[in-house]
Design a protein around this ligand. Structure first.
Ligand SMILES: [Zn+2]
Length: 73
């Protein structure tokens, strides 16, 4: 909430004290060593908590196939 009138520098500063950007929480993937976001599947190997969640190779193959089809048109 922003009050319309009477803005002192302190008031503005107090309001903006909550505006700081927070860095992304990242950690090393225990399986492949790539950096990944916490509580998120690793985008490099497709694993989460040691379990394969997404078949990364199949996904890449699908993407390439799609790109090829788009280039043909
Ligand atoms: Zn990984």
């Amino acid at each position: 909430m922003v009050v319309r009138m009477r803005h002192t520098r302190a008031h503005t500063g107090n309001r903006r004290s909550h505006h700081a950007l927070v860095s992304m929480r990242v950690s090393k993937c225990p399986d492949c060593g790539a950096m990944r976001m916490n509580h998120t599947m690793c985008t490099n190997c497709g694993k989460y908590k040691g379990r394969v969640v997404v078949d990364v190779l199949a996904k890449i193959a699908k993407k390439e196939k799609k790109a090829k089809a788009a280039a043909k048109k």
